[in-house]
Design a binder for this molecule. Structure first.
Ligand code: 13P
Ligand code: SF4
Length: 304
């Protein structure tokens, strides 16, 4: 095996040769984030994909994220280094099941969390991310909303709107595994710690939170907060990153189980292979892409 340093140099050389950029989510491995040109939450990654002048985007994340980049920037070649890096929650809603739900609630608008397939986005009125879900729902005229696929994010939104929300039974196993007991124990041990939670956590966990935020929201809050101790209610990589970045502050992870194994599939070797062989291309059929783009564009528009 090649030394990491050699792999990194080769990645950098190929990036220039191909006019490529590497976009990464906060849950990928440390060394992957370190080689990326931009690291962010789902919303900022969408924006980065749109604004980039690169010809090639190597997406260090899961399939729906690369798909969103390809929907928004069809002129770019979007590569996912590991083709089966998926999001189990995104697979919890299908077009067929969503159409049936729409028939049951003909007056409802469909708000679709970006953690979903392009085909499901194409069936939706507007997309949202964890950073803007409440604003998106409140921007819609309809009184009734079908919210797919995350029941926890949907339940969180329903606390901040007067609209009637039809929840979908999807969830993220990483966040749904964080229990009320995990947090109670940490809060008892560290009574001065601020608890920052991702809205994919269960409602009973979110009730204990001081702030409910997207991953970028968590990073920013830690930077500006006067607190010195934090419980980080999301995937463990973010806790590790914050610990390195703020050696004078104390961080506590929610649980050892909070690990997204799909994000960890992306390695330096797979990124190198991706750039060498220009694989694996993520493409969306044009008739789906155009509709899905409308739902994503509406989100980006209301979000400014
Ligand atoms: P954000 O980074 O948008 O908060 O989303 C978290 C997540 O689970 C992405 O899959
Ligand atoms: Fe999907 Fe959860 Fe992993 Fe995010 S953390 S990609 S929602 S499984």
């Amino acid at each position: 095996v090649m030394e990491d340093q050699l792999i990194i140099e080769e990645i950098k050389r190929l990036k220039e040769e191909r006019n490529a950029i590497i976009l990464s989510h906060f849950y990928t491995r440390r060394e992957v984030q370190e080689v990326a040109d931009f690291v962010g939450d789902s919303l900022s990654l969408c924006r980065a994909a749109v604004n980039s002048k690169a010809d090639v985007i190597v997406f260090a994340g899961v399939h729906f994220m690369a798909e969103s980049a390809s929907i928004l920037s069809p002129e770019k070649l979007v590569l996912l280094p590991v083709p089966d890096a998926g999001c189990p929650m995104a697979d919890m809603v299908t077009v067929k099941a969503l159409r049936e739900e729409k028939e049951k609630h003909p007056d409802a608008a469909v708000v679709c969390y970006v953690n979903s397939s392009a085909a499901v986005k194409a069936e939706s009125n507007i997309c949202c991310t964890s950073a803007n879900a409440v604003n998106v729902v409140n921007s819609i005229k309809n009184r009734e909303i079908i919210f797919v696929p995350d029941k926890n994010l949907g339940a969180f939104v329903s606390l901040h709107t007067n609209k009637k929300i039809h929840l979908w039974p999807g969830f993220c196993h990483v966040h749904d595994n964080i229990s009320e007991d995990d947090i109670h124990n940490l809060q008892n041990l560290h009574p001065d710690a601020e608890f920052l939670a991702h809205p994919e956590c269960r409602p009973e966990v979110l009730r204990l939170a001081d702030h409910i935020l997207s991953t970028t929201g968590i990073v920013k809050l830690v930077e500006k907060s006067g607190s010195r101790e934090f419980i980080i209610g999301t995937e463990k990589e973010l806790f590790e990153k914050l610990k390195r970045k703020h050696p004078n502050k104390k961080f506590y992870p929610p649980s050892e189980k909070a690990r997204c194994y799909n994000m960890k599939k992306i390695t330096l070797e797979s990124i190198l292979n991706s750039l060498e062989n220009m694989e694996y291309e993520v493409n969306v059929p044009e008739h789906i892409r155009v509709k899905a783009k409308k739902a994503l564009d509406r989100m980006i528009e209301i979000d400014g």
